[in-house]
Write a protein that binds this ligand. Sequence first.
Ligand SMILES: C[S@@+](CC[C@H](N)C(=O)[O-])C[C@H]1O[C@@H](n2cnc3c(N)ncnc32)[C@H](O)[C@@H]1O
Length: 346
Amino acid sequence: MDFPLQQLAAKPKATRVLDPFCGRGTTLYAARLVGLPSVGIDINPVAAAIAEAKLAQVTSTAVVRLAQQILDGGLQGEVPEGEFWQWCYEAETLREIITLRASLIELNTPTAAMLRAVLLGILHGPRNKGLPSYLSNQMPRTYASKPAYAVKFWKTRGMEPVRIPALDVIARRAERLLKSAPLAQGGRVYLGDSVETLRGLRQKFDLVVTSPPYYGMRTYVADQWLRSWFLGGPPEVPYSSSGQIARQPNQEAFVQALADVWAATALRCHRGARLAIRFGALPSARTDPERLILSSVRQADSGWMVKEVRPAGTSPKRKRQAEQFGKAGSAIDEVDVVADLIGTPS
Ligand SMILES: C[S@@+](CC[C@H](N)C(=O)[O-])C[C@H]1O[C@@H](n2cnc3c(N)ncnc32)[C@H](O)[C@@H]1O
């Protein structure tokens, strides 16, 4: 959160914030903390669903009430086939999850957005000794195991799933999450490609704070397969990550794809707007992130004038993207670039 908060503090006259790669919504939440409306775009459904909840102003009571209403309405949705499902969730718990899933796919309110994010957070994780925090049989929290591996793991240890009432876990999680939520400031999250989505937007922005996918970073779409299923995806591991900017065939294509985003962003910004980018590259990619990101801004050729280039600092407190993603080494090279929109984009 430090990076967006710093950028917001450095541009006190900003009125509306954009993050075209909003991920789980750190920038949007920071904007909300300082009282600014914001718009976020992300192509990953799990990230976008979590980001959406970061903008919702709802009480835990409303979230629990909605869950209760859905469950009181009786079973909806179909139980997916396959051993995985019988081993991952106890039968009654699975029926509750499927019912909540079927209703939430149809609902589009802030309360539904928050309930959806709460469920994404409790869908899988370790079994603990005290009150359960997750609905699944033993599983990692940050990613979902592949079905065949998980079933073998549970079977060889004789780990049958236990009954975990969804409503209890929802209530505990919602109360914890919403204890000290700041005021809502409006805003919206769009699920989709940033260039395409920006084309359809009407608002204008004066501050853009973003962190594009780091060069060389694999995108772990398949690791989130169970959460993707909950949002309406298929009940199996998807291996495609289409639309992800990180999936470009080479550096030139990657730089061009980023340039396209900066150009589309300029068209949605007022003159004098600021673009603040935190970017990095994996050491294994053997490239200089500073050179890549500066080329992308230059190639955008849309009025962004680079004002500042700074190594992203070495504060141990700062949460690096590598850590957020949980897999890369800590030796990631990161750089912050700040540019101002000086010309009117052609
Ligand atoms: C570094 S992450 C953003 C991290 C973010 N600051 C956060 O708080 O989670 C980059 C994001 O860009 C998204 N992304 C990749 N290609 C995209 C595209 N073409 N359009 C929109 N988002 C995209 C990825 O799904 C990922 O969530």
